[in-house]
Design a protein around this ligand. Structure first.
Ligand code: MGP
Length: 270
C-alpha cells in the first residue's frame, strides 16, 4: 500500500503532456482563455512555466495564491503544510515563497502534472523547500491516521503541527451554471468526503466561489457547535475566483502506537 506513495528524490521527467505554449495558435481552443491570462496565473510564465492542458483549469492565479498563503500564515501556528492536490504547483510555490513553514509536502497523483509542479517550483527557486509525493492524498491521510509507521519518514508528520491545504478538483466548470453550487455533487471528492478525510486537522478548503455556505456550516456544526470559521472570497479585477474556507483544528490530538485520534462525540476516524 505504502508503495503507492512515492516520495520524489529527483525531478520527474516532463512528458509530452507538459507544455509551455508561446504561441496562441499552439494552444488547444478550450484553454486559450486561460492562456491569455497566463501572466496573472504565473508571473514568471515566460521563464518556462510548464502546464498540462488539464492543469490550466484548476491552477490558482499567483496573486490569489500569494494572498491565501499570506492569510494562512497569519492564522496558523502550524509549522508543517500538506498540499493535498498539488497540481502544477500554483499554491505550493506561494506557500514555499512565504518561508513560514519548516516543512511543505505536495501530493499529486498525476505524474505529468507533478513533473510540471517540480519544474515550476524550480522556475520560482523554491524546489528545495518542498517534498513532492506522487500518489493519492486521501490514501496518505488514511495512512497518517491509522498506520503512520508505514509512511516514508520523509512524509511522516506530527498531526499537531500540521495544517492541510486542499484545492480539489471541482468536477469541471459546471459550478459556473449554478447560483449556489451543491458541494455534495463535487467530483470525485465531495465536501463531506474531503472534510472527513482531513478531520480533525486544521484545514483550508479552496472551493468554487458559489459554494453553498449552508452545507459548510452544517458539516462544521455536526462536529462542534461553537466552531467559527472564516470564509473568504478571493477576487481578481473585482470578480471572485474562489471561496476559501479556513477550518480550525477540532480538538487537541491524541497520538499513540495506533495512530492518532481525538475525543469527540462524532469521530470520523474510521
Ligand atoms: P474559472 O471559473 O474557470 O475562471 O476559474 P473565471 O475566469 O473566473 O471564469 P469566468 O466565469 O469569468 O468565465 C476560476 C478559478 O477557479 C481558476 O483560476 C482556478 O483557480 C479555480 N478553479 C477552476 N476549476 C475548474 C477548478 C478546479 O477544478 N479545482 C480547483 N481547485 N480550482 C479550480
Amino acid at each position: 500500500m505504502a508503495a503507492s506513495l512515492q516520495v520524489l528524490h529527483d525531478k520527474l521527467p516532463l512528458t509530452d503532456k507538459c507544455h509551455h505554449y508561446d504561441d496562441v495558435d499552439d494552444v488547444p481552443p478550450h484553454i486559450q482563455k486561460y492562456w491569455h491570462q497566463r501572466y496573472s496565473i504565473f508571473d514568471y510564465y515566460d521563464q518556462g512555466v510548464q502546464l498540462t492542458d488539464d492543469a490550466w483549469f484548476g491552477v490558482t492565479p499567483e496573486p490569489v495564491a500569494n494572498q491565501i498563503a499570506q492569510d494562512l500564515c497569519t492564522k496558523t501556528s502550524k509549522t508543517t503544510l500538506i498540499d493535498l492536490f498539488g497540481g502544477a504547483g500554483g499554491n505550493v510555490i506561494a506557500f514555499a515563497s512565504s518561508f513560514h513553514f519548516t516543512r511543505i509536502i505536495a501530493i499529486e497523483k498525476d505524474a505529468a502534472t507533478l513533473a510540471c509542479a517540480q519544474h515550476n517550483a524550480e522556475v520560482y527557486g523554491v524546489t528545495e523547500y518542498i517534498t513532492f509525493v506522487l500518489g493519492d492524498s486521501l490514501h496518505y491521510l488514511s495512512l497518517l491516521r491509522h498506520n503512520p509507521s508505514a509512511l516514508d519518514p520523509a512524509i511522516r508528520v506530527d498531526p499537531n503541527q500540521t495544517t492541510i491545504f486542499a484545492s480539489p478538483p471541482w468536477g469541471g466548470v459546471a459550478y459556473r451554471e449554478h447560483e449556489v453550487f451543491d458541494l455534495s455533487t463535487m467530483e470525485p471528492y465531495n465536501l463531506e468526503k474531503l472534510y472527513k478525510a482531513c478531520f480533525p486537522l486544521e484545514t483550508t478548503l479552496f472551493l468554487p466561489r458559489s459554494s453553498d455556505l449552508n452545507q459548510i456550516a452544517e458539516l462544521l456544526a455536526s462536529n462542534e457547535e461553537d466552531t467559527k470559521l472564516d470564509v473568504v472570497q478571493y477576487c481578481m479585477e473585482g470578480a471572485s475566483k474562489a471561496m476559501v474556507v479556513y477550518v480550525p483544528e477540532s480538538k487537541p490530538l491524541h497520538q499513540d502506537d495506533e495512530g492518532w485520534s481525538i475525543a469527540v462525540e462524532k469521530d470520523y476516524s474510521q
